[in-house]
Each structure stands twice: as structure tokens, then as C-alpha cells.
Design a protein around this ligand. Structure first.
Ligand SMILES: [Zn+2]
Ligand SMILES: [Zn+2]
Length: 268
């Protein structure tokens, strides 16, 4: 029973890590579509440190480069270039390969500098993640604690791999780019599965474009906004039409078959 609880704890923490990733690392830092209250920023920074061990500067640089070279030579993690399973299984390897490139960090994330807190603590991502493991082991016991932290790591990494791999391979397209929308993945990744929409309008703080799509991070962002803890800086419902050429909704299957479905009218 305690191991079942440990798996659930790991799953919940993976979802919290994923929510922090999409709001803070992605929408706030990479695309600057939201501004956060300093208290929320601090929460997000510690959350990133303790749940993902990611260096925000590295993540932002790799991600911005991905947008710059989406699915062409230079993309840090394209399934069209590296292969689908390579990304699904080796996403971390491709991420680290680019994150270790000093030129990439300099070129794509020079606006993000380290402050004293980063230098003293948050730069050491492994420390934050280990601390989470130790806390879990102290609360739940060593065995269940290990199960919880392992579940967190595996699920978080799988979801990220799915965004970069499946999110450029399977699903439907509303806009003309190589990314795809996967509604089910969007439910577990707080909207990141609507990746075709995102590549069409990277600066939009909301990743759903049409009425039948749901970005679970959006109500969270709206709530933060109501509490005056966040401010959305980009237009979210207007502009989808102009940004990239709309295409009839198509579903891309594993064998490359596409079926044209009904066109959906915009506005949410
Ligand atoms: Zn992408
Ligand atoms: Zn992005």
C-alpha cells in the first residue's frame, strides 16, 4: 500500500514539475508572455530546482534554439532529423548535448543572468533534486521515498520527451508548421501537447486556439492573474488567424496517412 501511495506522490510531483515548466520556464522565461509576482517567481525557482533539477538558463536557450530551427538542421531535438524513438528515449541526451554548448547559452539566453541565489544554491540542480529525494525518504521511508522520486523523474522525463517527439510527429495540425497537437498529451502536460498551436504563435500565453481544445495551465494562469500574482502580456484569443496560415484540420497517422476533418472556427 505504501508503495502505491509512493507512486501517486511521484505522479503528483511530476505534474507539479510539468506545470512549473510550462508556466515558468516556457511561457514566462522563454517567450515572455506572462509576468509573475516576485513571490510566485521565487516559488517557481525553488520548484524548478527541487522537482526538475533544470537550469532555467539552459532550458530557455535550448528551447529558443528549437524554435529558431524547428525541424531543420540546427534543431536540438527534432524527431524528423534524429528519429522518433531517438527523441522519445534519448531526449535528455539531446537536451544535454545542446545545453552544454556555451555558444548556445550565450546566443539564446544572455538576457537571463545568475543572481546571488543562483550562484549560491539554484545552479546546483542535482542538489535540489537530491534534497527532494531525502525529504521523501524521511517522510515515507527509504523504499517508498526512492519509488516516489524515481516515479517523478521517469514521468517528468517521459512527458517532456513526448512533447518533443510525439508533439512533432503524431496528431492534428491547425497551422502550417511541423509540430502537432495532441489533446490527450495536453491534459497531462498542462497544454504543452497543443504544440502545433504553440509553434504557430510562440508568444501566446494560452496554448489552446479553438473551442474544443483545453490548456489546463490557462485556468491556473487566470487564477494567478485574478489574485494579482501574474500578468498576461500577450494577446491570447486574437491573432491566431494572421500569425501563420491556417490549414484544414488534418490528422497525421503513424503511416503518414492524413485525413481532413471539419474545419473549426476560431475564437474561444
Ligand atoms: Zn517544438
Ligand atoms: Zn516555446
Amino acid at each position: 500500500m505504501e508503495y502505491a501511495v509512493a507512486v501517486v506522490v511521484g505522479l503528483v510531483l511530476a505534474e507539479v514539475g510539468t506545470l512549473i515548466t510550462t508556466i515558468y520556464l516556457h511561457r514566462v522565461l522563454s517567450h515572455k508572455s506572462i509576468r509573475l509576482h516576485p513571490a510566485v517567481t521565487m516559488f517557481m525557482r525553488f520548484g524548478t530546482w527541487m522537482l526538475t533539477s533544470i537550469s532555467p538558463r539552459e532550458w530557455v536557450a535550448v528551447h529558443r534554439k528549437h524554435h529558431n530551427f524547428s525541424d531543420v538542421e540546427g534543431d536540438p531535438h527534432s524527431p524528423h532529423i534524429e528519429g522518433y524513438w531517438q527523441i522519445m528515449i534519448g531526449n535528455v541526451y539531446y537536451y544535454r548535448r545542446e545545453a552544454n554548448n556555451g555558444d548556445t547559452l550565450e546566443k539564446y539566453a544572455s538576457d537571463l543572468s545568475f543572481d546571488r541565489l543562483d550562484r549560491a544554491l539554484l545552479r546546483r540542480g542535482v542538489l535540489g533534486f537530491s534534497l527532494t529525494g531525502i525529504i521523501l525518504a524521511l517522510i515515507m521511508g527509504i523504499g517508498p521515498g526512492l519509488v516516489a522520486i524515481t516515479t517523478l523523474a521517469v514521468v517528468y522525463l517521459l512527458l517532456n520527451a513526448a512533447i518533443n517527439g510525439a508533439g512533432h510527429t503524431f496528431g492534428y495540425k491547425s497551422f502550417e508548421n511541423d509540430a502537432t497537437n495532441l489533446k490527450l498529451l495536453a491534459l497531462f502536460t498542462f497544454g504543452e501537447g497543443l504544440h502545433n498551436n504553440h509553434h504557430a504563435r510562440p508568444a501566446s500565453a494560452k496554448l489552446s486556439a479553438f473551442k474544443d481544445e483545453f490548456d489546463p495551465a490557462w485556468p491556473v494562469i487566470r487564477l494567478l492573474e485574478k489574485l494579482r500574482l501574474a500578468e498576461v502580456l500577450s494577446k491570447v484569443d486574437e491573432g491566431w488567424e494572421d500569425h501563420r496560415r491556417r490549414i484544414p484540420r488534418t490528422t497525421v497517422g503513424p503511416l503518414g496517412k492524413s485525413t481532413v476533418a471539419a474545419k473549426v472556427v476560431a475564437k474561444d
